[in-house]
Design a binder for this molecule. Structure first.
Ligand code: EPZ
Length: 419
């Protein structure tokens, strides 16, 4: 099992460059299935989720290269095949093969998606929308079998602006006959990135990034090109680290607009920073003020930064309240923070955090991807040595994390104690 070993307590300085967004590229790759043409995806992060998706595409017959942050996908020989449990169960985003395969071939077979255990995570919005579009879905042996003669344009309304369901409906309706309108759609920047990729192939998608998206179906698509947007969650994690131990730490390749809610909250805690074009320069703040955080859909405070941010709240002078509104089981990192010396009381989705409390290095576990990020932040500010196990979770979403942190002066290493 892989582990991260961190000797914490030192300030860091230098430059960290942000990679392409995990939650964008995991949709861009399956989206390429909609065209028989060639696709080029740049600023692609080399993370395990990407490797799994590219392997899945190869099982369908895609010819793929991945060099220098650029993925080329040639789908001329792609055949519609079942997405087996071996691949689908490894990540949540495998559900994007539902939208792209049914959209392209009017038939799809796919095993249940995997992903972080942060709540029940049903996909009823996806299934109900597909059914609304006339798609027949049978659930059998932990897999979905989907069939449709012709996908007609539909009017879809979401009870909740789900990111995944919004993207899956876009994928299923891009080649549909007629126009599909999605109301109360998710507005996350990753959705705009997917729409611009499909529009580069000749799709007609309007309103991505707003709560009403219109997709006028087209017959075929051509070659596609897209630059993956910077990962705002990776950026937010390093900005939080900079607010705690930075010494003019520069974080490069960010989009300020995508980070507004995070920066607003850090400013409220008394953090000072300077934005310079597509970078931010940030230094530690010795007396952080307590703040309250309530996660929300974009442009609210992202749930994916809730866990690393709660580590920062342990260093605020006074009582902070953290409320997770998107997932029902995303506070599993708190007992580990308390074992390092934090003073947190957790109730269901709410945590009451009193600080500042010095943290001490310990053996802790990453219970999911962003819980891993919370442990990482804790290990960096803690006195002594922290050992984080189950680190595979973290590596799914943070490219070259050891290199990036070592390059700014962190004493960190990855060990694999199977050796
Ligand atoms: C995406 O998940 C991200 N994952 C998540 O990031 C992120 O937390 C989430 O959006 C919210 O921003 C990827 O992009 C691969 P949702 P997704 O559908 O699409 C409920 C990370 O750490 N829901 O917007 O699955 C659901 O259970 C990951 O990078 C239904 O009830 O999120 C959740 O409570 C974790 N039925 C809420 O809605 C549905 O059909 C938001 O889910 C769909 C969702």
């Amino acid at each position: 099992m892989k582990k991260l070993i961190i000797e914490g307590g030192n300030d860091i300085s230098g430059t960290i460059k942000i990679s392409g967004a995990k939650n964008s590229i995991v949709a861009l790759i399956p989206a390429s299935i909609l065209t028989n043409g060639k696709c080029v995806i740049t600023n692609a992060p080399d993370i395990s989720d990407v490797r799994i998706l590219l392997d899945t595409m190869r099982t369908l017959g895609s010819e793929i290269t991945f060099e220098n942050e650029t993925i080329t996908i040639d789908n001329r020989n792609v055949k519609n095949k079942k997405i087996s449990e071996e691949y689908a169960s490894k990540l949540r985003a495998s559900y994007y093969f539902m939208g792209s395969l049914i959209g392209k071939y009017h038939h799809a077979e796919i095993a249940y998606p995997g992903g972080c255990v942060i709540g029940s995570r049903p996909i009823d919005y996806h299934i109900n929308s597909f059914k609304k579009m006339g798609i027949n879905i049978v659930e059998n042996n932990a897999e979905y079998i989907m069939d449709v003669d012709k996908i007609n344009g539909s009017h879809i309304y979401f009870d909740f602006p789900s990111v995944g369901a919004t993207i899956n409906v876009i994928l299923a309706s891009t080649l549909a006959s007629g126009t599909t309108v999605i109301e109360n759609a998710a507005k996350e920047p990753e959705i705009t990135n997917i729409a611009s990729f499909l529009n580069s192939m000749g799709a007609h998608i309007y309103g991505a990034g707003t709560s009403t998206i219109t997709i006028e179906g087209v017959e075929t698509l051509g070659d596609g090109y897209v630059e993956t947007i910077p990962d705002r969650i990776e950026a937010g994690t390093y900005i939080i680290i900079g607010a705690l131990i930075g010494d003019n730490l520069k974080i490069d390749n960010i989009i300020e607009k995508h980070l507004e809610s995070v920066l607003y909250k850090l400013k409220e805690a008394g953090v000072k920073y300077k934005i310079d074009d597509q970078s931010i320069i940030i230094s530690k703040t010795n007396s952080l003020k307590p703040i309250n955080i309530k996660t929300a859909v974009y442009p609210g405070f992202p749930t994916d930064l809730g866990q690393p941010m709660s580590t920062l709240l342990t260093q605020c002078a006074g009582e902070s309240i953290f409320e997770e509104t998107i997932y029902e089981n995303r506070l599993r990192h708190i007992p580990h923070l308390n074992s390092m010396g934090a003073n947190i009381k957790a109730f269901e989705r709410t945590a009451i955090i009193n600080g500042p409390t010095p943290l001490r290095g310990r053996k802790v576990k990453a219970t999911d991807l962003r819980a891993g990020a919370s442990m990482l932040v804790a290990g960096l500010i803690a006195e002594g040595r922290t050992e984080i196990s189950n680190i595979e979770h973290l590596l799914r979403g943070y490219e070259r994390i050891v290199d990036k942190l070592s390059s700014v002066g962190v004493n960190i290493r990855l060990i694999d104690d199977e050796k």
